[in-house]
Write a protein that binds this ligand. Structure first.
Ligand code: SF4
Length: 194
């Protein structure tokens, strides 16, 4: 797994040649993988400023909330694969300061990388974080995390559990209880897949 992922990142992603609106706007952020095979993958939306700076998914404020999720699930970063649906940072305005959700054209352009990552890692359980990875894996652009959170579906042979994005609690505290309940259910699934 590690050799194949590194090959994908070094030979294709780092020098991405896709026709994509985000081409050249930031350095693509690779997935985070431990030095062992894992059964669980987390898929986020797209890198923010901190992720793009550090080249690691889920750092900064959302990253702190993400680590709290892992703690609730009795998991560490070294037991999971972590990546984003779109690998470069989308901003309001070209190279702007404010993050935005990726557009459909960017998700489509970057979709091959996520597909290859998931084929290589071959997780038994995928946890999507927020709207973007949910829509991508469900192949339904109208799906919302509000409707789908906690509802299992399959992507190839993997179970997919949609969870709210960890950044969402920062601006909507009312989600804390909803996410807490979802994490309780997810914890049981994680225990089975570890
Ligand atoms: S978002 Fe994906 S497809 Fe677009 S330039 Fe970055 S790596 Fe390439």
């Amino acid at each position: 797994m590690i050799i194949k992922l590194n090959k994908l990142y070094e030979e294709e992603l780092t020098d991405c040649q896709c026709t994509c609106p985000l081409q050249g706007t930031s350095t693509p952020v690779k997935g985070y993988h431990p030095q062992q095979n894992v059964n669980i993958a987390f898929v986020g939306e797209a890198p923010g400023a901190k992720e793009a700076d550090y080249g690691i998914p889920f750092v900064g404020i959302a990253g702190g909330n993400f680590d709290d999720f892992l703690h609730e699930l009795n998991l560490s970063r070294n037991e999971v694969f972590i990546t984003n649906t779109v690998k470069c940072r989308p901003t309001v305005g070209n190279r702007g300061k404010k993050n935005r959700a990726p557009y459909a054209s960017e998700i489509k352009a970057c979709s091959g990388y996520l597909e290859k990552e998931l084929t290589i890692v071959n997780p038994k359980l995928i946890i999507t974080l927020g709207n973007i990875p949910l829509r991508r894996l469900l192949a339904n652009n109208k799906a919302t995390i509000t409707d789908w959170h906690g509802t299992l579906f399959f992507y190839d042979d993997a179970k997919v559990f949609p969870l709210h994005h960890p950044g969402a609690i920062t601006y909507n505290r009312k989600l804390t209880n909803v996410i807490g309940e979802d994490l309780k259910v997810l914890k049981r699934l994680v225990t089975l897949q570890k």
